[in-house]
Design a protein around this ligand. Structure first.
Ligand code: G3P
Ligand code: MG
Length: 251
């Protein structure tokens, strides 16, 4: 089964940033503990200042690394990820903030190697990097890793920066993509999604209601909702026809 076929189903659980309630988010440890406990995993990808694709959610480093404990980086506030080179990012600890245990940087390349070896599906959320890189540069640098590992069937791309999505399809026509939204649905939603050439729609739980979910499903889009940590709400969403939810908690 490839990733697209998975979305013929409902009741799917996506491990949000890996299993972020039981392991430091967006690390290899988080991916490892999710295996066998979810239908797919989700990570956030960004680029280092020198263009290496790395796994990290926040735009800045202080919440999920030890950057502000390192003398050498004292004058680098606000610790933007995009201001740090790959070498510098590799020198940080991504686990101790969570449970006192060191965890190294996870690169996109390492995450792809992991999913290939374990045959698991991965949603790669491409963070909005338009302030530092052109849309074409971002898509090129991220997608070339997927091509190198030959894992097109195991990945899905999503982004709040919708400009990336048609570029992904242009380069890898068979890969699945989804538009992410947070506060409001775009105008003329179905037409808009068709213009982006996406396969799916990822919306914030606050936007999810029966009418919008049914319209999207009828128009042929799969629908996933984030972030859902309440099993009763998850059930309600699945009954509306939602395909999957992103959750911090796995069974
Ligand atoms: O991709 C779903 C979800 O991860 C989007 O929100 O901020 O957790 O990346 P965020
Ligand atoms: Mg995300």
């Amino acid at each position: 089964m490839n990733f697209a076929e998975l979305f013929n189903r409902t009741g799917l659980i996506g491990a949000h940033r890996g299993a972020r309630s039981i392991a430091p988010e967006n690390t290899l440890r988080a991916l490892k503990v999710s295996v066998g406990h979810c239908d797919f995993m989700e990570v956030d990808v960004q680029l280092s200042s020198d263009g290496v694709a790395i796994i990290m959610h926040d735009d800045t480093l202080e919440r999920t690394t030890n950057v502000n404990e390192i003398e050498e980086y004292k004058n680098r506030e606000p610790y933007n990820v995009s201001d740090f080179s790959f070498k510098e990012l590799s020198s940080l600890d991504y686990g101790s903030w969570f449970d006192g245990k060191f965890e190294p940087l996870l690169t996109l390349s390492e995450a792809l190697q992991f999913i290939k070896e374990n045959r698991v599906f991965l949603n790669i959320e491409i963070k909005d990097m338009h302030k530092s890189f052109s849309d074409e540069q971002v898509v090129l640098l991220v997608l070339k890793e997927v091509e190198e590992w030959n894992v097109e069937e195991l990945v899905m791309f999503s982004s709040f920066r919708h400009e990336y999505l048609p570029l992904c399809k242009e380069r890898l026509p068979d890969v699945i993509t989804a538009a992410l939204v947070e506060d409001t649905h775009p105008n003329n939603l179905m037409e808009y999604l068709k213009s982006l050439h996406v396969d799916g729609y990822h919306m914030n739980d606050e936007l999810a209601d029966k009418e919008s979910v049914q319209k999207l499903r009828l128009a042929g889009f799969f629908v996933n909702v984030y972030t859902v940590n309440d099993p009763f709400r998850a059930q309600e969403l699945f009954e509306m026809g939602v395909n999957g939810i992103f959750s911090d908690f796995l069974e």
